[in-house]
Write a protein that binds this ligand. Structure first.
Ligand code: PMP
Length: 394
């Protein structure tokens, strides 16, 4: 059977992690893999999560099946968090899924059931897993302009011009906040214009919301999603609890559907549940129960929000310090975009030779496209990092 297969390509980020681990230099810096790290370089369990787990362990009475849509309390708590009162809940359905990835997977399968082979537009560039998930579902992937390599901001006029030309058969994947890999995001006014464009063209917005709370705040980061959903008859959202709750390995996310009315929401939801039933059948409970416990409890929720705020604040401080260190040493504003970006990443816009040079000469590891994880910036070595970056880009 299997002699028909050749080796599939390996994951570039995992390969880079291996190279980093094997590098003996004590001065090496890991700006590669996309997980939040604290000042000690550790991806710790959040304290609100730990407390919720203790409660769950003490109170859990059964391990029986959860049901296809998953943990109900988790579902409504996530809808409150993501949508608040932006849309009539009668038009909304939610299913817990394994991570943001599982949520994207379920929703793309659903889109392909509705419109086999439909075109899904993704930003140029985007998270590299978007394309294979869409292609595996049978969809056709095209890109819309997004990152401006000159300004390191969003090429908004070009993006909007492309969106304005789309129609009812098109699906558009948007990062709800904290764009990965670029760190360049839409302003609220730009979200308003995007929402108006979708309302005009009838294209289907599909929002990937993997970093809610990592940009400017829980409320601020939900602006685009709420605005867009309030403006259109139908939309999809893939939510992830991996980053904002630090639950990466628990695989917790949610697939959200906005339908034109209650009756169509029931129909679309039945198809979504059918996609899930015929793949992994039902989601695991642990991550969902943690999030439900935190969001439904006043004290745990306040503790979680405070921890999330501290993480976000730290990332913004590191951005500002690195930009400032480069500005002082170079007398130029060329890297000020790092402070303007939001979320865990910035795309530096450096050629691959420069990325390779920083790795070989300085032990500074970033993804080949020059994406850095700002949470990996060591606060006490920002000067070294700034100097290495300036020397490599001269
Ligand atoms: N979307 C984006 C843009 C991401 O960066 C990630 C995580 N790297 C995900 C979705 C999926 O996250 P997970 O499946 O781990 O929840």
């Amino acid at each position: 059977m299997f002699e028909t297969l050749s080796k599939a390509p390996g994951d570039k980020i995992l390969a880079l992690m291996g190279e980093y681990a094997a590098d003996p230099r004590p001065t090496k810096i890991d700006l590669g893999v996309g997980v939040y790290k604290d000042e000690k370089g550790v991806t710790a369990v959040m304290s609100a999560v730990r407390k919720a787990e203790e409660r769950i362990l003490a109170n859990e009475k059964t391990k029986t099946y959860l049901g296809i849509a998953g943990n109900k309390g988790f579902g409504s708590a996530v809808l409150d968090l993501v949508l608040a009162d932006a849309v009539d809940r009668k038009r909304v359905r939610i299913a817990q899924a394994p991570g943001g990835t599982g949520s994207l997977w379920v929703l793309m399968q659903l889109v392909n059931r509705a419109r086999p082979g439909a075109t899904i537009w993704v930003s140029d560039p985007t998270w590299p897993n978007h394309m294979p998930i869409a292609e595996n579902a049978g969809l056709t992937v095209k890109t819309y302009p997004y990152f401006d390599t000159e300004t390191r901001g969003v090429k908004f006029a070009d993006m909007l011009a492309t969106l304005d030309k789309l129609g009812k058969d098109d699906v558009v994947l948007l990062h709800g906040c904290c764009h990965n890999p670029t760190g360049a995001n839409l302003t609220n006014e730009q979200w308003d214009q995007v929402a108006a464009s979708f309302a005009r063209t009838g294209a289907l917005p599909f929002i990937d919301l993997a970093y809610l709370g990592f940009g400017d705040g829980l409320l601020e980061d939900a602006y685009g999603t709420r605005k867009l959903l309030a403006a259109v008859p139908e939309a999809l959202v893939a939510f992830s609890g991996s980053k904002n709750f630090g639950l990466y390995r628990e695989r917790i996310g949610a697939a959200i559907i906005l339908a034109r009315d209650e009756a169509s929401a029931d129909i679309v939801n039945s198809q979504m549940l059918n996609v899930i039933r015929s793949s992994y059948s039902q989601p695991p409970d642990h991550g969902a129960e943690i999030i439900r416990t935190i969001l439904e409890d006043k004290e745990l929720r306040a503790e979680w929000e405070a921890e999330l705020n501290a993480m976000r604040g730290r990332m913004i401080r590191l951005r500002e310090k690195l930009s400032e260190a480069i500005r002082q040493r170079s007398n130029s504003k060329d890297f000020d975009f790092i402070a303007a970006h939001r979320g865990m990443f910035s795309l530096l816009g450096l050629p691959n030779e420069t990325v390779e040079h920083l790795k070989a000469a300085n032990g500074i590891y970033m993804i080949g496209d020059s994406r850095i994880n700002v949470a990996g910036i060591p606060e006490d070595r920002i000067g070294d990092l700034a100097e290495a970056m300036l020397a490599a880009t001269k």
